[in-house]
Every structure is written in C-alpha cells, then in structure tokens.
Design a protein around this ligand. Structure first.
Ligand code: F0G
Length: 465
C-alpha cells in the first residue's frame, strides 16, 4: 500500500497574495528606521512573516461564504446565536461573551476577579495575560513544571502545571486566589501542551480549595491533538471529544480566536457562573459593545463559528503538527539549538545556546531575530528578556526565565517550500553566529515594552556582511 511520508497541505490555493521580495540593503534601511525593533518594521519589507500565528490564518472557502451570512443587527443578531451555540457545544458553558480579541477578555475578567492583594497562578501567563493581571493590581504567578523551564529537557507535556507548587500556594492563601489559569498550549513556555491528566489533577486541587479553574484556550485544538498523540489511552478519541472534555474540567475559559479559530480578529469569554457573567457583560458594554456582538461584526462571528469546527478536523491537525515538526527536525539536524520538543504553533530557538557569548542581559534573542530578518527577510519574535525581563535601577537587565526566538507558523498560509527557505535562512545565521553581539534597550515604555522600545548594538555592527 502507498504510504507517503511527504506532508501535503490538505487544501489547495484559490486566491494568492504576492510575497514582498526585498534586498538586504532595503531591509537594513527598514531595521535602522525601526531602531532594530521588528514590531516597527513595515510588513511590506517582510518576505516570510513568522512574528505570530495570531490573526494571520488563511480562511477557508466555507469561512468566506459564511461571511456573506453575517447579520449586522445591533442586538440579537442571528450570527451571535450561531456563534454562541458553537462555543456552548464546545465548552459546555452557559454564558458566551464575544470580544474583539483575547486581551479584551483578559481585561474584563481581571477587572472583575483580579485586584490588589490577589494572586493568580498559571502554568505560564502569556504576556498580555500577565500585563492585565498586573494592571488590576494582582500578582501573576507562573508555576509550570520544572521540565517546562529548561529548553533542552524532553517531556511530552512541558506545559503541565506543577501540582505540588499549586497545592502549596492554595494551602497558604486560597482566599486570595480568584482563579487558577491553564494556558493551552503553553505559548510562553514553547507552545507545549498540557495533559488531560494534569488538568484533572489541577481540577481536583481547585475543588479541594474551592477555587475556579480557567483555560486560556487560544490553541485548544493543537493541545487536544498532542493529547491524542502522546497521552496513554487517548489515541482512539477524536480531537473534538478530547477538547470537549478539557473544557468540561474548567469553570471558565477565554480564547483569542485569532489562533485556533482561524479568525483574523475575535475572541470570547465563556463562563458557568451567572453572577460573574453578569458583571463581565456590564464591563463588556462599557468598552467592547452590546453582548450579542462584543466588539465584532456579525460576519466575524460567522467566520469564527465555522473556524472553530474546521480546526478540529483530523486531516488539518495532523498536517499542522507534522509541518511544525518538519521545520523543527530540519533545524535540529543543522545543529541549531532548539526548545525541545517542537511546539504546536511554533518552533522556538534557544537563544542562550545559540549565542553563548551574549549574556541574557544583552538580549541574545533580539540579536538573532534582527539577523534573521536582515539576511533572509524572515520575521520572528523574541520571547525572552525583552518580553519578560526588567530594567533594574542600575540600568542592567533582569533576565526573563528563558531567552527564546519564536518562529510562529500562521495557519494554512505558507507551503513546504516557504518553510525550506526559512530553514536555510536560520541555518545561515547560525553558521555566522559568532559575528553577532549584544543589544541594549533605548526608549523604554512603562508596560509591554517589547512592542515599542528601540535597540542599539553594543559595540558591533549589526549590518556588517
Ligand atoms: N493568551 C495566549 C495564550 C496568547 O497566545 C495570546 C496572544 C493572548 C492570550 C492574547 O490574545 O492577541 O487576541 O489579544 N498571542 C499572540 C501571539 C499575540 O503572538 O502569541 P490577543
């Protein structure tokens, strides 16, 4: 029987978008203008954009068709009911609150449940989650398992939450803990999955201390696929069944639907508790919109509703996870230091191993990201000291937990030849790694500094050939 090893994209191209192809000189100019911050580079200078998998998916013909069914009524639109039925079925939760993206849900939820004196444990808070927890006055606590903190350690579920550490926090101060958060997959920890077993253990602990459990479920379908592949006794189940079980272990969830719902915009907050839902809806009306559209157009709700079903198709998930693993494996074979194993939505370079001569305080991840853009027009994202570190009073940097460079793969957008090009570009920078040096931050804003700060090279020329 024919058993192909080639991973084919389970779709074909119907509409095309030209890729910008630029010269090294044009990219150097763009980098100078952007003060070496890739968030400030104009997208028309980027050949392969792996900055994020968020909002960058290609929608299917069914999603585009659904857009024509958008009901733009202010209140009670058909599109809302279609969306909320889909999300209700998936999550098993009664209250479905649409929002324009994940952080809007975070802002609403932590305004209602956060506040000073509170502490919110998670496996790892994503940057916007941490920022919104902290903006409410609460403390964001990362309690991922030890294996999840070391890029080189192999473990099938590196996103798991450390249950002993959680038990300790809850036995000391459960009254200050309004919720426990599990990010699935664990984006800041390398796109690594959480096992069903770990979720069940956390559920038990939450029950014991009467604390609600929330999922930050931007990539729930990828997490479910990893459970199917890696967890004992799960291989025969569908990703839909596994996802439904994941959600039924939780009391609430929020989703940036710009990821596993193939949306270019959108999100939701789903809740079981009537009174928390009521408070959240009041906040929603204040800043997002009426509860049946919540900052989205009816057509967006239609596209998301279709996307949430398509993402659970097995052909898609198999292709998705195998194609990320394809990039990971080729880079691994080229000797590039990587976070192990491959994540669901991204491949993460281990910047501390990649540039051992650049200490974390000199931002090795940023330096690599700049070089990959300069040489190949490949835009990635630093997830390390720039994103999670702090400038100390003496001007030095307190390092983040890890220094990673994330190559996030937009869904259904790039083909295998694009990925082969990326593998070549990263390998080229790796071969020349000794020429790269450190950077320092200039123009630092007070929060989420990685989006808008500038950088300067520390005594080397980042544009040298
Ligand atoms: N939670 C997780 C796990 C995320 O990855 C993100 C966004 C958010 C919440 C916030 O959602 O962007 O819709 O407001 N992650 C993007 C990324 C930005 O590039 O990983 P948002």
């Amino acid at each position: 029987m024919f058993k192909p090893t080639t991973i084919i994209e389970p779709f074909r191209v119907k509409v095309i978008e030209p890729l910008p192809v630029r010269t090294r000189e044009q990219r150097a100019e763009a980098l100078r203008k952007a003060k070496l911050n890739l968030f400030s580079v104009h997208a028309d200078q980027v050949t392969i954009d792996l900055m994020t998998d968020s909002g960058t998916s290609a929608m299917s013909q069914e999603q585009w068709a659904a857009i024509m069914r958008g009901d733009e009524s202010y209140a009670g639109a058909r599109s809302f009911f279609r969306f909320s039925e889909t999300v209700k079925q998936l999550t098993g939760m009664e209250h479905i609150i649409p929002v324009h993206q994940g952080r809007a849900a975070e802002r609403i939820l932590f305004t209602v449940l956060g506040g000073s004196g509170k502490v919110i444990p998670a496996n790892t808070h994503f940057d916007t989650t941490r920022a919104n927890v902290e903006a409410s006055g609460a403390e964001a606590l990362d309690l991922v398992i030890e294996e999840g903190k070391d890029p080189a350690t192999e473990h099938p579920f590196k996103g798991n939450l450390d249950v002993d550490a959680l038990t300790k926090v809850l036995s000391e101060r459960s009254k200050d803990v309004p919720m426990v958060v599990m990010t699935v997959t664990n984006n800041s920890g390398g796109g690594q999955p959480v096992s069903l077993e770990n979720m069940k253990q956390v559920r038990e602990i939450c029950d014991k201390f009467k604390v609600p459990l929330f999922l930050d479920c931007a990539r729930f379908a990828e997490n479910a696929w990893f459970i199917k592949l890696r967890e004992e006794g799960q291989a025969h189940r569908t990703p839909k069944e596994i996802s439904e079980e994941m959600f039924r272990l939780a009391d609430g969830a929020w989703m940036s639907s710009k990821k596993d719902a193939f949306g270019n915009i959108g999100g939701f907050l789903s809740l079981k508790d009537d009174s928390v839902a009521g408070e959240c809806r009041n906040m929603l009306i204040l800043t997002e919109g009426f509860p049946t559209y919540g900052g989205l157009a009816g057509r967006d709700l239609e596209a998301l509703s279709v996307g949430l079903q398509e993402v659970l198709e097995e052909d898609y998930l198999e292709y998705r996870i195998r194609s990320t693993e394809y990039v990971w494996r080729h880079l691994d074979e080229a000797g590039v230091p990587l976070l192990r194993p491959a994540g669901g939505h991204a491949v993460y370079l281990d910047a501390r191993e990649f540039l051992p001569h650049v200490p974390p305080g000199e931002l090795p991840g940023q330096s690599i990201s700049v070089a990959m853009f300069l040489e190949g027009g490949v835009r990635a994202c630093e997830i390390g000291t720039v994103m999670f570190g702090h400038t100390l009073p003496d001007g030095t940097q307190e390092a983040g937990p890890m220094d990673l460079v994330r190559l996030a793969i937009p869904r259904r957008v790039y083909t295998q030849s694009h990925m082969d090009y990326v593998i070549e570009a990263v390998s080229y920078v790796f071969e020349r790694r000794e020429q790269l040096g450190g950077l320092k931050i200039i123009d630092e804003p007070s929060a989420l500094r990685h989006f808008t700060c500038g950088f300067e090279a520390l005594g080397w020329d980042p544009f040298a050939k």
